[in-house]
Write a protein that binds this ligand. Sequence first.
Ligand SMILES: C[S@@+](CC[C@H](N)C(=O)[O-])C[C@H]1O[C@@H](n2cnc3c(N)ncnc32)[C@H](O)[C@@H]1O
Length: 304
Amino acid sequence: MPLLVRALPTGTAFFAQTFGSNSVSYPGSKAAAGVPERIIGQMPPHTIYCEPFYGSGQIFHRKRPSVLSVLIDVDAGCLTPVGSRPDVMPIHGDALHWLEKFRLGSNALLHMAGVSTLGPQAVAYVDPPYPLPTRHTKKRYKRELTLRDHATLLETLLQLNCHVLLSTYPNDLYAQRLASWRCLSYEVSVHGHKRTELLYCNFPEPDTLHDWRYSGRDFRERCALMRERRNLVRRFKAMTGRKRGYMLEALKELYVASWPSTHGGALWSADIVAHNGTRGAVQGLANGHALPDPNAHRPVTRGL
Ligand SMILES: C[S@@+](CC[C@H](N)C(=O)[O-])C[C@H]1O[C@@H](n2cnc3c(N)ncnc32)[C@H](O)[C@@H]1O
């Protein structure tokens, strides 16, 4: 009797399909302890999120959803576990090509979602395969970037009109091209070795965050903040209705008018172009209906 062998996905697609889109085993995944916290803890409020080198999308899956998320990978198998969601636009293709299109604006895909370009209301988290000379393990992905590709990527990112966060290992090319960007460095454990990883940001440290659960520089600070917040809420709950209203009014006068809206409101509507596209659900979100519930997202297990 002939042996039936089911075709198995290969390489990195195998990891994504076998372990699911939340796989911490995906090569280069950003799942290591403390890493997602550092990255998401730097993200300003946004309504559009773009992850052009998706892999297993550890950052996308851990952060609070945005109105629209554009996820790109050249390896189709990585995107399969994402499935079909009205707030997610998976793109199987070359990130360099798509980022350049987004930079130029007048992009049909974005237009279908009701926005013109990746503007200030957008955040791009860029986690390309690190330059080969900086890596202990050599080729790991279906597609690697040449040094020329890295240079092209940086040129495009430098011209993007949105908030960009980018991960890499220390290397001269990035240090030179991104010399004007803020750079955070931290240690990660990779296959039992300590390595320094860098997070470049093209904006100053934000005062307001897209996902407040990630404020605090480290686990201790996040725990301390969580305790303080709990105590404050307890004190407010213990007040009489009148006293609470009196206090809230003072806070409202001081802060609320300038508070950025991350789900609906000014940030989102400012960049909406009137359009009756096919992505009805996304357009619905743009109109302020059925916005994702910020509290529906699963809580961060470590710290805030
Ligand atoms: C470092 S991994 C991303 C890991 C991801 N941040 C995570 O948490 O799993 C880099 C990814 O970029 C993808 N890739 C490589 N070249 C690409 C290209 N030109 N366009 C789009 N994706 C590319 C690889 O398939 C791989 O999934």
